[in-house]
Design a protein. Sequence first.
Length: 262
Amino acid sequence: MTFNRLIYASDCLVSLALWKMKTRIPLPYARYRVNGALMTVRPLSMDAVICYENMEMAVYDPFIPQFVPGDTVIDIGAHIGSFSVHTALAQRSGIRIFAYEPHPVSYKLLTENIKFNQVGKTVTARRSAVSDTRGRVRLHMHRSNTGSNSIFGSSDYAGNISVPTVTLADVFSENNIRRCRFLKLDCEGAEMPILSAAPAGLWKRIDSVVTEIHPNYPESGLTGLFKRNGFFTRIISGRSDRGALERFASKSVRLLHARKSN
């Protein structure tokens, strides 16, 4: 394993190229220092790029509210923990983070990164997908991007595995969550089903949300769902005033930020 900054940057660039070519080169794990954290990753797999987006570009940080001790964050699609670890290290305010990740290898790295960065008192990992129903589902594995595994398959995917699923209501009940201060969703197309299945009473217990927007459901449907449940919404696209790597990494990313209107 290495902490070398140049190797980390090279990993990001080569990962992006391989992602565009829809291929991947399996390699032993590496460890990089990313904005103060030490993250174990699968080299040339987009792991390093996702760490870069969530920890150095800090794409979610502008939308995170001011936390107080006892606040709860839910991370759906936690991957290897870049958002959860970054948020835990940045806040240090007695918050709780519940991180959900169904892929077994990503989950293993998630738990390792939580332990290695000593944020286990803040971040609790759950090995499960979140969906509109409780049970099991087939998780399709992306050919070149470990962050794009999805319950919706296509030609970009190679193979699938069975993983457990819980609903958003289950997330609240099994973790004794009375109120969610911030909900982050990055689950490759499952965002709309997850939110659509949430009962009205659950929406009242969520203060703010950032979710990725995916092409398999209409953007207007997602914004309408939030507005019907009492949220203001705005769409955020990848910023063009950053450097080349940032533009390349985020140009296709569209986020929806929603916050309570009252």
